[in-house]
Design a protein around this ligand. Structure first.
Ligand code: PEP
Ligand code: MN
Length: 353
């Protein structure tokens, strides 16, 4: 999949790429106040939900198109790029009309191929970056399917957002991270930028920092974090929103490990493992050859194959030695048993020839 960078003009290519803003645009004042504070922290992409898919009717479903001029104002007054969620063709047309810079597809929408196709068709011919959230259910193929629909419509500035997967049993997380799924996505489509959404994974303010750190350690490219000028007054997702000051604090705490360095070290370490495995195999093969010679000797001298006392002695000595070397005795026992079993099999074959 040949993609183009999702970075917009003037944006620095650094990890993490941060997108932040309120869950929802509520009022023009709330949007502008939050945006001013976020811009002062050096964030380059502002987020705000204009159309909010809610699990149950009756909740705040977003201000709708009325909020789009507010985002336009954010762009003009703070210089940040602006992003919002689209779930229908109408959303796409409206967002494009108001100059929204980045779009994302929400988790409930990604789960619906008809909706994704409709959005992809509406986007055909544009060059706007689109971020695809994982579907609510842990289905990697469905996630990749959505990316392919956009790609087939000609969208090349693609990225993904990992926001966790819903489950019946909610304990620590609002949405289970199931990290192996985005990790597998990275393996399958390594060129796709991956952004983590610790706000929707954790569902709680105090989980934002540890989840963000984990995402950085897993080599994610960016973070999308909900922030609000007054989190406790938020009309949606208030438990997981933080102030721009806290956002800045969380971002400064992150330890960003150099990916190249880590990879190089890893390559070095793996090389050593490969070499040691080769030595282990050579040693094992030498041991088997000697075992065969012993088998021949036993046959010529009519000696029993299994010498229990000798085996007990070997087992005891090697386990003690292993423990002295910091290897678990239990593991040593399992390994020796496997080797011994193979030796006995080989010797039996020789004796019975
Ligand atoms: C959101 O980003 O506010 C949102 C609704 O997210 P999701 O689609 O991940 O639930
Ligand atoms: Mn939200």
């Amino acid at each position: 999949m040949e993609l183009k960078s999702i970075l917009l003009p003037g944006m620095e290519a650094k990890r993490p790429l941060v997108i932040s803003g309120p869950c929802s645009a509520e009022t023009e004042e709330q949007v502008m106040e939050t945006a001013r504070q976020i811009a002062s922290k050096g964030i380059s992409i502002f987020r705000a939900g204009i159309w909010k898919p809610r699990t149950k009717p009756g909740g705040f479903e977003g201000v709708g198109s009325e909020g789009l001029p507010w985002l336009k104002r954010v762009k003009e007054e703070t210089g940040m790029y602006v992003s919002t969620e689209v779930a229908t063709q109408k959303h796409v047309y409206e967002a494009l009309k108001y100059g929204i810079d980045v779009l994302w597809i929400g988790a409930r929408t990604t789960a619906n191929p008809f909706a994704v196709q409709e959005i992809a068709d509406a986007l055909a011919g544009t060059d706007i970056p689109v971020l695809v959230k994982n579907p609510v259910n842990p289905d990697l193929e469905l996630w990749i399917g959505a990316i392919e629909r956009l790609f087939n419509a000609g969208i090349r500035k693609l990225g993904v957002i990992h926001r966790g997967f819903s489950s019946y049993d909610k304990k620590l997380y609002r949405n289970l991270p199931q990290w192996h799924i985005p990790i597998e996505l990275r393996r399958r489509l390594p060129e796709l930028p991956m952004i983590c959404d610790p706000s929707h994974i954790g569902g709680k303010r105090e989980l934002i920092a540890p989840i963000s750190q984990q995402a950085m350690d897993l080599n994610f490219d960016g973070l999308i974090i909900e922030s609000h000028c007054c989190p406790d007054c938020a009309w949606s997702d208030k438990e997981q929103q933080i102030t721009p000051d806290v956002l800045d604090y969380v971002l400064n705490l992150l330890v960003i490990r150099d990916t190249n360095q880590t990879t190089e070290n890893l390559v070095e370490l793996r090389k050593q493992i490969d070499e040691l495995d080769e030595q282990l195999l050579e040693t094992l093969s030498k041991r088997m050859r000697i075992s065969q010679e012993i088998g021949t000797y036993k046959k010529e001298h009519n000696i029993q194959i299994l010498q229990t006392s000798r085996y007990d002695e070997i087992l005891g000595k090697r386990i003690t030695m292993a423990e002295q070397l910091g290897i678990s005795g239990e593991f040593m026992k399992t390994m020796l048993e496997a080797i011994h079993e193979e030796s006995v099999r080989v010797q039996l074959k020789i004796v019975n020839q």
